[in-house]
Design a protein around this ligand. Structure first.
Ligand SMILES: C[S@@+](CC[C@H](N)C(=O)[O-])C[C@H]1O[C@@H](n2cnc3c(N)ncnc32)[C@H](O)[C@@H]1O
Length: 213
């Protein structure tokens, strides 16, 4: 039986190998968006990069990658993987709290998070996360996020569930929603959970007030 993803003892989970999200393969949605050239080599920040699979995959494809994670155990594993792996010598992997740490403003063209934005239960934290994303992006820079969704059958385990409204409420003040798709999460779970695949762009113009006629 897989435990729920409610506990946030990230170091403990990496220590115990209780990491059903860690497939060891690059995320198929990230791969598809790279192959169809929706995203191409650029300066990318992976937030909550875990053991570094996606960061290293992007680095091997010419992206200039910084990966941060709250868990020092995850980063230790990522650094070990980076040794001798294609692109491993160019990737920067750091222990950092994305919500409270110091990252240079405007330093990235793309922020990628897979299953990180969705771990925050409080709307204020999700809003803060989106604000932080916008801060580290260049104007016009994009955020690609995979978040567990409220779609699909009831389940007791697996990724947190967020509604489309949860996402939009957090994102809209700082970024323009470019694409929102209902997809399946690739994870080591008995049946694939539904997820939102969201692409958003840092605003250059504030959202205009909704009109009434
Ligand atoms: C569900 S795991 C996903 C890991 C990785 N993205 C993957 O797909 O394999 C969530 C990750 O977010 C990290 N995390 C949680 N809160 C964070 C924060 N405030 N700053 C940075 N990383 C965080 C955790 O340590 C964990 O590695």
């Amino acid at each position: 039986m897989l435990p729920a993803l409610a506990t946030h003892d990230w170091d403990g989970r990496y220590l115990d190998g209780d990491t059903p999200w860690d497939t060891g393969e690059p995320d198929p949605h990230l791969v598809a968006l790279t192959e169809d050239a929706t995203i191409g080599p650029c300066r990318v920040l992976e937030v909550g990069c875990g053991t570094g699979t996606n960061a290293l995959w992007l680095s091997a494809r010419g992206f200039e990658v910084t990966g941060v994670d709250l868990s020092s155990r995850a980063i230790d594993q990522a650094l070990r993987k980076a040794q001798g792996c294609e692109g491993g010598e160019r990737v920067s992997l750091q222990v950092a709290d994305f919500l409270h740490g110091e990252l240079p403003p405007g330093a990235f063209d793309l922020v990628f998070d897979r299953g990180v934005f969705h771990v925050f239960d409080e709307a204020a934290d999700r809003l803060r996360f989106a604000e932080r994303v916008a801060t580290v992006l260049e104007p016009g820079g994009r955020w690609l996020s995979l978040a567990g969704s409220t779609e699909g059958p009831a389940r007791e385990h697996g990724p947190p569930r967020r509604s489309a409204r949860d996402l939009v409420m957090a994102v809209e003040p700082h970024l323009e929603l470019v694409d929102l798709r209902s997809v399946a999460f690739a994870a080591r779970l008995p049946s694939p959970a539904r997820a939102w695949l969201m692409l958003a762009r840092r605003r250059e113009v504030a959202a205009q007030p909704s009109t009434k006629r």
